[in-house]
Design a protein around this ligand. Structure first.
Ligand SMILES: Cc1cc2nc3c(=O)[nH]c(=O)nc-3n(C[C@H](O)[C@H](O)[C@H](O)COP(=O)(O)OP(=O)(O)OC[C@H]3O[C@@H](n4cnc5c(N)ncnc54)[C@H](O)[C@@H]3O)c2cc1C
Length: 410
């Protein structure tokens, strides 16, 4: 019987359990997670779980009984510390040694920490785990002024929740626009307007140099000399992939992630890596990347399980992602890097708009705000890699589904 050990208790691990159950895997399976709870949904941590709209009971991806039913041993609160590749064993921090035939590293990453003066003061929060959000909640309820460092998705989602709760919210972004790494300037403008209309103060080009305070953070100082007083600080400044377990065992990994091939296998064919930690060559975009999304964690988990079970599965999924702010759903299909033209469908003022990223007349990606049909059909248009008459994309007199069908029928 094959011994399969999974390290990590996040989205990828839960999907591995689901896939093993669906494919009727016969073997010994264990999930080793350093978190004390069953794998849960991470996206609500900066959205409805932070706002209190959903409770902890709603977060688990699968109930504990589902793992038992599938004969999957759940080792919670257990940290994997070393891999012995010669002996094919995994050592846990508590001294236990677990033999494996195949090992899947679904270890995700941790929130990048501030490194400036005052970064270790109390009152500075990061949002990666349920424990993080639980720790924030008490202060969040009483804080009047919240400073958010980082104008990425997580920072902006926390800003939206905080504004809805009536806080004075300031977002400090080091680059010249929010969401600069992932969207076009027009989309950054849309989100800047949205947050300003909702009452958030956004400062761009503000690099944090110091957190002020005695035993608790009370203000944020930036390179321009500005001082922003705060009762609470939330930093959303990126993710650092957890590569140490692999790297220490001599598995190919670097600061960008653990390297995997199209089957999600690392440089050691008996060790796989999936999800936020995996660095892979995307066949569609033909470049190396690491993706931080539920969809990627789920799809790579499926590929790893299928490959372990003898199928020639390869990863070729089109990336997609979502974000919720002020009840508006942003759905993103594809990656926009390298676009030459941006086509706008709809009216940003009405908070219902799709932005299509084109390159050489073909669709590369789409950011859809409150536009489900555009998102669903953009995925097909991107995958088809066909020439598109952009005037069709803008034509609001016809449903987008019909337009996409016409384009795809040529
Ligand atoms: C606040 C927040 C909001 C998000 N919102 C969205 C969203 O709206 N849409 C979207 O698509 N994605 C979103 N994401 C990203 C998404 O949650 C991640 O892409 C996804 O969780 C990745 O799954 P994973 O299994 O690879 O890693 P994770 O879910 O991070 O799981 C990794 C697990 O491994 C454990 N672990 C690490 N090292 C060890 C070790 N040595 N031993 C034992 N256990 C270990 C960790 O504690 C963790 O439980 C969000 C993420 C956060 C934090």
């Amino acid at each position: 019987m094959m011994k399969l050990v999974i390290v990590g208790g996040g989205h990828a691990a839960a999907q591995i359990a689901t896939s093993l159950r669906m494919k009727k895997f016969v073997g010994d399976v264990a999930i080793v997670s350093d978190e004390p709870v069953v794998p849960y949904q991470r996206p609500p941590l900066s959205k409805m779980y932070l706002s209190g709209e959903i409770s902890a009971e709603r977060l688990p991806i699968l109930r504990e009984q589902a793992y038992e039913g599938a004969n999957i041993q759940l080792k919670l609160g257990a940290r994997a510390s070393t891999i012995n590749r010669d002996a094919k064993t995994l050592c846990l921090a508590d001294g236990e040694t677990m033999p494996y035939d195949k090992l899947i590293l679904a270890v995700g990453g941790h929130a990048r920490r501030l490194s400036c003066k005052g970064a270790d003061l109390a009152g500075i929060h990061y949002v990666r785990t349920m424990t993080d959000t639980d720790a924030m909640r008490g202060e969040f309820n009483t804080a009047k002024r919240i400073v958010i460092i980082g104008g990425g998705y997580i920072g902006l989602e926390v800003a939206a929740v905080a504004r809805k709760a009536g806080k004075a919210v300031t977002v400090l972004e080091a680059t010249d626009r929010i969401l600069a790494r992932v969207v076009a300037p027009e989309v950054s403008d849309f989100y800047t307007q949205l947050h300003r209309q909702e009452g958030v103060t956004i400062h761009t080009g503000e690099m944090v140099t110091e957190i002020e305070g005695n035993d608790r953070a009370t203000a944020v100082i930036t390179a321009s000399g500005e001082r922003f007083e705060s009762d609470m600080i939330v930093a959303g400044i990126g993710l650092v992939p957890n590569i140490e377990l692999a790297a220490d065992a001599g598995v190919a990994a670097s600061a960008t992630g653990i390297e995997v091939n199209a089957h999600c296998q690392t440089s050691d064919p008996d060790i796989y890596a999936v999800g936020d930690v995996a660095w892979f060559n995307h066949p569609f975009y033909r470049r190396g990347m690491r993706l931080e999304s539920v969809q990627n964690a789920v799809d790579q988990a499926k590929v790893a399980v299928e490959h372990i079970m003898g199928d020639d599965a390869t990863y070729d999924a089109l990336p997609w992602f979502w974000s919720d702010q002020y009840g508006l759903k942003l759905q993103i299909a594809g990656l926009s890097e390298g676009y030459d033209t941006l086509v706008v469908r709809g009216n940003p003022e009405e908070r219902s708009v799709a932005f299509f990223y084109m390159r050489d007349g073909k669709m590369l990606a789409a950011d859809c705000v409150g536009r489900v049909a555009e998102f669903m059909n953009a995925k097909k248009l991107i995958a088809a890699r066909i020439d598109i008459d952009v005037s069709l994309l803008k034509d609001e007199s016809r449903p987008f589904k019909e337009i996409a069908a016409e384009i795809l029928s040529v």
